[in-house]
Ligand binder design. Sequence first.
Ligand code: KIV
Length: 271
Amino acid sequence: MSIHKTARKITTHVLQAMKAKNEKIAMLTAYDYSMAKIVDQAGIDVILVGDSAANVMAGYETTLPLTLDEIIYHAKSVVRAVEKALVVVDLPFGTYQGNSKHALDSAIRIMKETGASAVKLEGGLEVKDSIIRILSAGIPVMGHLGLIPQSINKFGTYVVRAKDEEEAKRLKEDAKLLEDLGCFAIVLEKIPAKLATEVANNISIPIIGIGAGGGVDGQVLVIHDMLGITQEFSPRFLRRYHDLATEMKNAVSNYVKDVRSMDFPNEKEQY
Ligand code: KIV
């Protein structure tokens, strides 16, 4: 029987065992109670309360404006719904860079106030001290390399990262560093599949890809993108499993029609 089926609760140790047995890890984002309940009941391994909430929940163009209070609100709602999946929470931009004490305070707030099991942060060598300090408090850390959306103003675009040798070398060094520091997993975003596979084969902790090909240990997508709630975002790596925006618009316009025509409520729908 597969590990994720027999496990009562997914932990970082379960993910490590899944990698060892070559069982792929399925991860999705969620930001609210109702969606998290559905995703958890459908058998997901990891739920990420991602700072992509800034885009899909709040309508910001980048992830930068999301605050610690806001991600904590989302994470509390998700944790209340989840029975089995591992819940990981993004540290928002400005809550962990540059000052490791500040990073630890942010991570402790997330763990104390939400009941989540781990935090995620973006970057390698440049956030080494923050990672060490957070880990020293017994808080599991997931890394995030490749396209790191919190650094959009440095890179200027969301194009594929680490295509040239120098950046690919730096990424491999950062992945090794995150492993050596004690991170329990790494997200690799939008990098060449060959490079991602090489990292997954040479690093002992699970590598979760988004736009990083099939040679890694698991996949993550933003739930609004894979369900087709967002419509304008269509990168090559995104597989849409549904056209929920169209279905929801049809349902809402049928409701509007029924209210206007007084078809709703009917006799059976009143007291
Ligand atoms: O915030 C997020 O949704 C993420 C995923 C894209 C990995 O970081």
